[in-house]
Design a protein around this ligand. Sequence first.
Ligand code: ES4
Ligand code: ZN
Length: 319
Amino acid sequence: MPIPKAELHVHIEGTLEPELAFELARRNGITLKHPGVAELREAYSFDDLQSFLHLYYELMDVLRTEADFRDLAAAYLERAAAQGVRHAEIFFDPQAHTTRGVPFETVLNGLNSALEDSEDRYGVSTALILCFLRDHPVDDALATLEAARPHLEHISGVGLDSAEVGHPPGKFAEVFEAAGRLGLRRVAHAGEEGPAAYVREALEVLGAERIDHGIRSLDDPDLVEHLARTQVPLTVCPFSNVRLRAVDTLADHPLRRLMDAGLLVTVNSDDPSYFGGHVHDNYLGVQEHLGLSDEDLRTLARNSFTASFLSPERRAELI
Ligand code: ES4
Ligand code: ZN
């Protein structure tokens, strides 16, 4: 049985398996460019983040109705439970849907209808984190926060994702400040393809409480020292980094160096359908290729609960 863990970095749209994509396409009368599941899977070969994002946004077109978002989330939760996940903090990208004419409420209600009985059904508690697309205008992020305002009881925090290089976190200072005033938790992707300076900026300007990826932090020893001292967690995604060529191979992955430097590191799947494995597969991958011990895996699992936004009560139940 996989070790009990929390998953803190997973994009719900990145859990869309080709089989479900084709089923939803059929249900919604959409023809996909790829003739079948096998051909679609063959397209899952990426040069960098941008080449992945292209396919990721393209395939989302099959998500149209509340039932589609519900089925997507239910499929993820069932798989997550089988991977030992006991708590999941799940990203969603509302702008990727509202820009296609799918209302914010369709997305949120659909996801929620799977999330609301997740604890009873799968033994997985959940939280939703609304991500702003950093390669879209700041005004669109502000409008998205406004759309979310009537629904804040269903949203735990905000994040920042999509194409990183050329889109520094500071651009979103005003949005994150407003989100903080609304009582939302704040996280941001930084230091995935972008420089260590973006990690600093996410901490200092956005007030990020967790850094998603953050692997490029190692380029800046002062930043590493700061992260070790403050224990601001990193949600690292090893398979993702290899598939998007931020790191050459799993054996070269900086996870172990980050752990050895005393950082609060967690292991996560990012977009499991696209990157060749779910969260426990990532644990096993780094164990094998970085020579991590069973005790190291237990540390990573414990870190995942420590780094979560769980209440102290539920955390104590799970650790
Ligand atoms: C993402 Cl791997 C990654 N990086 C940035 N934004 C994303 N959205 C979905 N997956
Ligand atoms: Zn991500």
